[in-house]
Structure formats: structure tokens, C-alpha cells
Design a protein around this ligand. Structure first.
Ligand code: GLC
Length: 361
């Protein structure tokens, strides 16, 4: 029964995925945006030097995590109504989370022509975020997010993407091991074969300066479980952690999401039957089987339900997904902290209790 419905779900997901991609398409990012928020400087960091960490040990250490979504990956910071604040790091730390995933739209701050220089002011902004996490003993996963031109015009953009990663890797090479890189958020619009090649080539550039830092890599189809099953990681590189995202059923998690065409028709979808749960079991089983067969640690880098779903169902779905992942020894990061899927109420400066309880029982 659940297997029968899988192709329907997949089709819905693919269609929606294409719509999401279409909605987030950006023009070529030149000239460089200048809207980088001013920030309170934090003292020169005195971090421990980089000491390589076993990938499985690192995946274990990530524990429960939180995505700082809609902040540094917005077209410019603040454009999606959330500006990263120092107090957010405290909120996450105090609630007991161990990891922050920091989505970053590097492409908006990188010149369009070779040598594709990343704006130093933007590096300072990301440094500030990374340092705030590390200063609180939080792990931080920094990715490349919403480089939509890379998805739509892959071969043209590839040198720029790889130049970005060379710079990012070089810039952070001396940071401690609890800074983890993630090559690209939700690759889509290309074959799994091409993505596997691109990931391997890009990783070579990262390895020039960071031979043993752990790097996360997810599959195509927006980091879905199906995409994970087609992911091929370079065999000779032990410092990799596989990652996937979970938002199924999309009719529930993305009901009324304004970037998913047609999703208003899903408003009112609830979640919580035994049948609903069996889909999540099935997908977590598939993901974890891939991890075992490929002998790779696995991380659930995003999961969440949009704010327009009813809170009771959101809390149930969130708790069930988190516990199922944990049952399979998969650590996770919730999407998102204080934006569209918020677990934290910025106006009240307080966690939204049903969601916090779902995440941290
Ligand atoms: C992906 C997108 C992000 C979106 C989330 C939920 O991470 O990059 O922008 O909010 O999925 O749809």
C-alpha cells in the first residue's frame, strides 16, 4: 500500500520541487549587494586547531540541530524578514541543541567573472556567525544554498561554483573540526550521474586545503531519499557524511506555502494516522539501509512542516520524524528556527512549546 502510493508522492514532489526551483530563480548576481548587516564584533577567536575527526564520530556528535533558515540564504540578508542575531545562538544552545546548519547564498556575493571573488565583507558576516556557534561549543554546518543558476545553467556556472568552494575551504581551513562543510543544498534539475561527478570534482578543490575535514553531500531530487539512493560518494574519501531532507507528505508539510503553486488546495491536511506514520518508517528504513550498505554516516539536514498546518499535526509529524530518525541513529537539524516553519517565536523571544517539545522531548 505505501509502496503503491510512492510513485504518486514522488510525482507530486517532483512537480512541486520544480515549482520551488522556478520560484527561487535569481538573476545573475551582479552588481554585488551591499546590504550586509552591521554586527557587534566578537573577540578574536582562540579556537583549538583543526584535528581531524572520524566521519561517523562527527555525525554522532552533531546530535540534535537547528537550521538558521531564511537568513543568510535570502537574496540579501533581511529580505526574507529574518536577520541573524547573536541571541539566536544562545536560544539554540540553551535549549540543548548541539548543531546549527547555516544556509548561505554565497552566489549573491561572488563576482560573475573569473576569478569569481567572494566579497570579503560577506566572509566577515559568515565568520561572525561561525564564530558565534564555535564560541558556544556548537557544531556548525555551512553550505552553499540557493545558487539556482547552478541548477539551471550547470555547465556555465560550474567553474564559479568550484572557485567559490576553493575560497570557502581555504578561508576556513584552520577552523576546528566542528565546522563542517556541505557542498550544495538540494541539487536538482540534473541527472544523479552528473551530480555525482560534479560533487566529486568540487570536493577535489576543497581537499586541496582541507584534506580531512568532514564534508556533507546529499543526492539529487532536492536531497530526497530517492536522490540519496543514487548518491555515489568518492570511495577513497573517508571524511564524508551523507545528508538527506524529509518533507513528506508534501501536501501536509507545504500546505499553503506561497512558493509551491497549488499548495493552497492542501490547506487543512492533517497528519497522524497509522498509515501516515508507515510512510515515514518506510523512508527512514530506505535511507538507513543505504547508509549501512554504503558504510557512510547519514544526517537528516532538514525536516519541518509549514506554519499554516495545524499545530497539533505539526507537533506530531515533527516528533514522529525526529524519533524515527533517532531510532535509526540518524541525527538531524530542524527546518527552521524562526522563519516559515518556525520553532521559535522572534516577537516573543520564546520557543514555540509544542514544537520544542516535539524536537526535545
Ligand atoms: C529548502 C529550500 C528552502 C525552503 C525549504 C522548505 O531548504 O532551500 O528555501 O524553505 O526547503 O521548502
Amino acid at each position: 500500500m505505501k509502496i503503491d502510493k510512492a510513485p504518486v508522492l514522488l510525482t507530486v514532489m517532483l512537480v512541486c520541487a520544480m515549482l520551488i526551483a522556478a520560484c527561487s530563480a535569481q538573476p545573475t548576481p551582479i552588481p554585488l549587494p551591499t546590504v550586509i548587516p552591521t554586527q557587534t564584533p566578537i573577540p578574536t577567536p582562540t579556537f583549538a586547531p583543526f584535528v581531524p575527526m572520524d566521519a561517523a564520530a562527527q555525525a554522532d556528535a552533531l546530535g540534535r540541530g537547528m537550521n538558521f533558515g531564511n537568513m543568510l540564504e535570502a537574496p540579501s540578508e533581511g529580505a526574507w524578514n529574518v536577520t541573524l542575531q547573536e541571541s539566536y545562538f544562545d536560544a539554540v544552545k540553551d535549549a540543548g541543541f548541539k548543531t546549527i546548519r547555516l544556509p548561505v547564498r554565497w552566489s549573491a556575493y561572488t563576482s560573475a567573472e573569473p576569478p569569481y571573488t567572494i566579497d570579503p565583507a560577506w566572509f566577515e558576516r559568515v565568520d561572525w556567525a561561525v564564530q558565534n556557534a564555535l564560541a558556544r561549543d556548537l557544531n556548525i554546518v555551512v553550505n552553499v544554498h540557493h545558487y539556482s543558476e547552478l541548477m539551471t545553467d550547470t555547465e556555465r556556472e560550474l567553474p564559479r561554483f568550484q572557485a567559490m568552494w576553493r575560497q570557502i575551504a581555504e578561508h576556513y581551513k584552520d577552523y576546528p573540526a566542528n565546522l563542517v562543510f556541505e557542498l550544495y543544498n538540494e541539487p536538482n534539475g540534473m541527472s544523479a550521474k552528473r551530480w555525482n561527478e560534479i560533487a566529486a570534482e568540487t570536493l577535489e578543490g576543497v581537499r586541496e586545503s582541507n584534506p580531512t575535514r568532514n564534508v556533507m553531500l546529499g543526492g539529487t531530487d532536492f536531497n530526497s531519499v530517492n536522490g540519496l539512493l543514487e548518491l555515489q560518494l568518492p570511495k577513497d574519501d573517508p571524511h564524508l557524511i551523507a545528508t538527506f531532507h524529509y518533507y513528506l507528505p508534501l501536501e501536509f508539510t507545504h500546505q499553503g506555502a506561497d512558493w509551491v503553486n497549488g499548495s493552497n488546495a492542501w490547506l487543512g491536511t492533517t497528519w497522524g494516522t497509522g498509515n501516515d506514520k508507515s510512510y515515514i518508517d518506510y523512508d527512514m528504513d530506505r535511507a538507513s539501509r543505504w547508509a549501512k550498505e554504503n558504510a557512510r554516516p547519514l544526517w537528516l539536514g532538514e525536516f519541518g512542516a509549514y506554519r499554516k498546518a495545524d499545530m497539533d499535526s505539526r507537533a506530531k509529524w515533527t516528533a514522529y520524524t525526529a524519533r524515527e530518525a533517532e531510532r535509526h541513529k540518524i541525527n538531524w537539524a530542524y527546518w527552521d528556527f524562526a522563519a516559515d516553519f518556525a520553532a521559535y517565536d522572534r516577537a516573543e523571544n520564546a520557543w514555540i512549546q509544542p514544537l520544542l517539545k516535539a524536537l526535545m522531548p
